[in-house]
Design a protein around this ligand. Structure first.
Ligand code: ATP
Length: 299
C-alpha cells in the first residue's frame, strides 16, 4: 500500500490554480524532498496530504484513506507535522506545551521527557516559551512533530533557525526515523542540507510538476555535466578538452558530460604538471536550477 497517493490532485483557490493535477506515490520508509520557488504549491500539497483542504480535482489518499473523510481523526494520529514559522503558547513552558500536544494526540506523556532530551531542550524544559530563542522554538516544534512516533512525517522548512550542529543532529534523526520505517516529506529551500537524506525529489513550479525522481535519475535526464577543478603550473590540456575550460582561482574549471567522465579523468591524471584535482558531481542545487529554468525557458 502507498503511504501517500495523489492521483491527478489539484487545488484551485478562487481562481488561483495553486496545484495542477499532480500524481505522486510514496512508499513506506521513503524520504521525499518537496522543492519549488515561493508560491510553487508546496504548502498546498502538504495541506492536501494532511487533509486540511480538499482537492478541487483528483484524489488524495493517505494510508489508503481519504484524509478529509470520516476516519481523518484516527489517520492524523499517525501523522506528524511541523509547519513553517511555528509558534506556541508563549506563557507555557516547553514541557507544558509538549504535554499539551501529547494529550491532544492521545500519546503517552512518558514520551515528553525523552523527546525534549532528543531535541536538546531538556535543560530549558521548565522555562516559558516566550524566553526561547528562534532555534529553541524550532526544536520544540520538531519534538511536537515527533510525538506518537508518526508513520508519516511532514516537515516544512524544519531547519530554519537551527544552528549547524542542531541541523546535522536533525538530519541524523531523519535518517534514524527512515531506518525505523517512517515515511517523510521534507520541504526546504536549503537544498545543500537535504540532499544526502532524500530518496526522491519532487520539484514544483507554479503549481505544476516539473520533475520527480531520484537525484541520479533527474541528473541523467537533464544530462548535467561533471566539473573538474584542476591546479598545476602551466597546465596544457589536450585541445578537445581545452575548449570546455574556464580559468578559476588560479586554476582551471573543466566541464564534461557524465559519459565522458572516466575517459577524461584518465587523460587528466596523465598530465605531467597536474598538482591537484577536485571532482564535483551535479548537486541538488544544479538539478533544481535546471528544471526550474527549463520551466522559465518554455514560457
Ligand atoms: P512558499 O515557498 O512561499 O511557502 P509554497 O510553494 O508553499 O510557497 P503555496 O503556499 O502552496 O506555495 O501557494 C501556492 C499558490 O497558491 C500561491 O500562488 C498562493 O498565493 C496561492 N494560495 C495559497 N493559499 C491560498 C489561499 N488560501 N487563498 C488563495 N490563494 C492561495
Amino acid at each position: 500500500m502507498n503511504i501517500v497517493e495523489l492521483q491527478q490532485a489539484g487545488k484551485n483557490y478562487q481562481g488561483v490554480e495553486a496545484l495542477k493535477s499532480i500524481d505522486l506515490n510514496l512508499q513506506q520508509g521513503e524520504v521525499l524532498g518537496l522543492f519549488g520557488h515561493n508560491g510553487a504549491g508546496k504548502t498546498t500539497t502538504i495541506k492536501l496530504i494532511l487533509g486540511l483542504i480538499k482537492p478541487t480535482v483528483g484524489q488524495v489518499r493517505v494510508f489508503g484513506d481519504d484524509p478529509t473523510g470520516d476516519n481523518a481523526h484516527n489517520l492524523r494520529k499517525q501523522l506528524g507535522f511541523l509547519q513553517e514559522n511555528v509558534s506556541f503558547y508563549q506563557q507555557m513552558t516547553g514541557r507544558e506545551v509538549l504535554s499539551y500536544f501529547a494529550k491532544l494526540k492521545g500519546c503517552d506523556n512518558k514520551q515528553v521527557s525523552h523527546l525534549l532530551e532528543e531535541v536538546g531542550l531538556d535543560h530549558a524544559s521548565m522555562r516559558r516559551v516566550k524566553t526561547y530563542s528562534k532555534g529553541m522554538r524550532q526544536r520544540l516544534g520538531l519534538a511536537q512533530a515527533l510525538l506518537g512516533k508518526p508513520k508519516l512525517l511532514l516537515l516544512d522548512e524544519p531547519t530554519v533557525g537551527l544552528d549547524p550542529i542542531a541541523t546535522q543532529d536533525f538530519y541524523q534523526g531523519i535518517a534514524r526515523l527512515k531506518a525505523q520505517g517512517s515515511t517523510i516529506i521534507l520541504c526546504s529551500h536549503v537544498l545543500a542540507g537535504v540532499e544526502k537524506y532524500i530518496d526522491r525529489a519532487l520539484i514544483l513550479g507554479q503549481g505544476q510538476l516539473l520533475a520527480e525522481g531520484s537525484l541520479t535519475t533527474l541528473t541523467e535526464k537533464a544530462d548535467l555535466p561533471v566539473t573538474f577543478y584542476l591546479q598545476g603550473s602551466n597546465l596544457q590540456l589536450p585541445a578537445d578538452l581545452d575548449a570546455h575550460t574556464f580559468p578559476i582561482n588560479g586554476g582551471i574549471k573543466l566541464q564534461v558530460s557524465q559519459q565522458q567522465k572516466m575517459a577524461v579523468l584518465k587523460q587528466l591524471v596523465a598530465l605531467p604538471t597536474l598538482e591537484n584535482i577536485d571532482i564535483q558531481m551535479p548537486r541538488l542545487e544544479d538539478i533544481y536550477r535546471y528544471y526550474t529554468n527549463d520551466m522559465e525557458r518554455s514560457q
